[in-house]
Design a protein around this ligand. Structure first.
Ligand code: ADP
Length: 296
């Protein structure tokens, strides 16, 4: 649904994108993560035609993004990171204005979304809190009814309740067949939402693929509570089990299959066992620690 090949972009002396290629499959939620300054926003802006790449090819829903950016915009509900525009409009006016050029937009749905998210329709955008502005931007992307949604940090500035509502909304839209490509710093939310993820680093794709496959390369982890204290020497280490903790409270990491780990743990006086398993946060730390070698 989204296909980018070797996208490069530089601003004067700053090279931001060094050749980014990725595919977003139709009907999926695909996460785009990376540290600040990695180039995520710039890439998303290239996709929607706000920024023109220096080279490379872009295709959204089969349309060449560089030749026909207007057609691409009609197919994309874009939720930008900036909330500084259109301060004098009322929230509902901004919504109406932003979705008008989308052929299948649904203003009634947009208004209902503002209600669900607690945004006062008649409040001027400039008088809304940062989080409320973000909600208007999200509502317009969803109400555009465009087949593709491109969202720059959709969870940013949302309180936990709003975050939960937005996650459910996005999952619903995906179930209806829409394709969602979103950048995020919230890796737990990314893991809950996305089936695929692309890690960007200094303008290059560092890792890319289905979340399950990416996580299968990260060690598993269990939190182990014992009924009686044990010391490190007495704990089983076959198959590369690695222990941290002390007394009755331990954490074990492993790269072997879970069955062989539980077999070994069953020999211990277990009080409780909690899955503390690997997540995107761990993978992120591993990937970026390996890459952040000191610069000369
Ligand atoms: P991310 O979204 O991953 O935090 P950005 O795409 O916002 O990264 O920024 C990547 C780099 O590009 C940063 O170093 C930023 O300062 C630079 N940059 C972004 N937009 C511009 C611009 N309009 N002019 C000059 N430099 C820019």
């Amino acid at each position: 649904m989204i296909r980018a090949r070797d996208i490069k972009k530089a601003y004067r002396r700053t090279t931001v994108l060094r050749g980014v290629s990725l595919n977003v499959q139709p009907g999926t939620i695909h996460g785009f993560v990376g540290p600040n300054g990695a180039g995520k926003s710039t890439f998303l802006k290239c996709l929607v035609g706000v920024v023109h790449p220096d080279s490379g090819t872009l295709e959204i829903d089969g349309i060449d993004g560089r030749r026909n950016s207007l057609e691409v915009r009609r197919r994309v509900g874009y939720a930008p990171a900036e909330t500084s525009l259109y301060h004098r409009m009322k929230a509902v006016e901004l919504l109406d204005f932003a979705i008008r050029y989308h052929p299948h937009s649904d203003l009634a749905r947009g208004k209902a979304l503002l209600d669900d998210l607690g945004v006062p329709h008649d409040r001027k955008v400039g008088a809304l809190s940062h989080g409320m502005k973000r909600k208007v931007i999200l509502a317009q992307a969803i109400a555009s009814n465009a087949p593709v949604m491109i969202m720059d940090e959709p969870m940013e500035a949302l309180d936990p309740e709003a975050r939960r509502i937005v996650e459910e909304l996005l999952k619903d839209e995906c179930r209806k067949g829409r394709t969602i490509f979103l950048s995020s710093h919230d890796l737990f939310s990314t893991q809950r939402l996305c089936s695929q993820v692309t890690f960007l680093h200094r303008g290059l794709v560092l890792r890319d693929g289905p979340v399950d496959t990416l996580l299968s390369g990260v060690p598993g982890r269990l939190h182990v509570q014992l009924r009686e204290p044990m010391d490190l020497k007495s704990l089983p280490t076959d198959g590369g089990l690695s222990w941290t903790g002390n007394g009755v409270d331990w954490q074990v990491s492993f790269e072997t299959p879970l069955e062989s780990v539980t077999r070994q743990l069953s020999t211990l006086p277990l009080a409780s066992l909690k899955d503390d398993s690997s997540n995107l946060e761990d993978l992120f730390e591993r990937l970026y620690d390996d890459e952040s070698e000191p610069e000369s």
